[in-house]
Design a protein around this ligand. Sequence first.
Ligand code: ACM
Length: 532
Amino acid sequence: MKKQHTNEAVIFFTLIFILFQFTSCKTLSPTKEKISEMTPTASFDNIIPIPVSVSLTGGTFNLNRETKILFASLNPETEFIAKYLQEQINSITGYELAILPFEEKLTKGNISLIINKELNELSKESYSLIISENLIELKANQPEGLFRGVQTLIQMLFPLKNNLNLTSNHIEFPTLEIKDNPRYEWRGVMLDIARHFFSVNDVKKLIDLIALYKFNRLHLHLTDDQGWRIEIKSWPELTEIGGSTQVGGGYGGYYTQEDYSEIVRYAMERYITIVPEIDMPGHTNAALASYPELNCDDIPPELYTGIKVGFSSLCLDKEITYDFIKDVIKEVSDLTPGAYIHIGGDEAYATDSLKYINFIERVQQIIESNNKKMIGWEEISQAKLGSNSVIQFWRKSDYVLKGLQQGSKVIFSPSSKVYMDMKYNPNTELGLNWAGYIEVSDSYNWDPLTQINGISDKQILGVEAPLWTETILNFSDIEFMLFPRLPGIAEIGWSPSFKRNWDEYKRRLANHGNYWKKIGLNYYKSTDINWD
Ligand code: ACM
């Protein structure tokens, strides 16, 4: 009996000891789960726009402070891209990676940016990203493709919550292969600088934000009733008088030609083309107020600071109007390396409709004589268009069909889906609602191909999200109206439609919220999305 008791006691105390060891082990030294919880992990499935193909290969690559960014030394653009990547990684992780030109060997542990002219890519923006256990290789046929691919790599870091400098000595990347190329050539954002003026610095901040989502066009609406915002040396009063105010009154502002060139340069470094818009023959009160001779009665109107549309028109019967347009288009074309000049052409309700058609045809010739191509809002399809001219859809599909019949291509900016100045809902303080309320889901759940019956993908140049600024006063307002809707427009323009799914998209979008919080972006916390 006694012996049995002793045995039971031994078993009992052994069990207690084992249990104690097990629990104390958990608290004193971290378990495997704890370690991996602490190791920051880059994510493969939060990328916006969603890539064409992502295949996981089952391993991990560790990025640490010793990781170098290697670039092809023969190409100065690649060095800029390497620096850009370095800065972005630094701002997200705190790591300061070295950048070096690479010699012939891709060394272990590094990120290599490779231009391979032999890669037979679908577009100059195509890229492939291969992450293996030894190295990260980003390859493209053109630097532009590398730049788009760099955004994918950067976005893999978006879900990381903290600056990692203090907490971790490496970041784990899943090994994978991504192959990616855009669906549409034109993926644009438009900013209205005329209703309210925004500084060069604001435009640069916007360029940086849209570059992250692989946008490649920034359309600047430079002139309207309320303001003329680009210096024209041969017509200086346009900015002296016409640039002097804005919606609501007070001083407006304008870009000198040097300012404008600086925007063009900054955008070009990020493979974004500036598309300048000089709106005519309507939306011209600022020009009419600056030069009496542009008015049929030679009497200049007062400057305008309200938000009505459709009341102004250049005088189409006077030759001086065409001299004016020739001078303006020449100066703007000379400052603009991009192929397109936007001539507005919308809401010309104060212009005789027959004269309007003749006017658009003359302006088209002026644009072409400056070796540029014309874009206009959909109304321009009433005129006879050359096949290089492009129409921008905003409201009426009949106009689009008329343009397509003439061989023009179309950019999709349906106002009820992508006008970023529309309120999210009736409680949104900023914005207007004439095209409806646009929640995040509304701006995501549409496709260019199904907007108008009988149209094919070949006729679609792309998509563009305009932000009109009647109620938008500063950069924080711009952020609030663009985010979180804008990334969805980027995805519509870039990703194949079969890859898009709202329920899956909104999960990815929620993770971008982490990054926006980190950079202090003022985004709308839509209840559509489960933000963390
Ligand atoms: C436009 O919204 N008037 C193009």
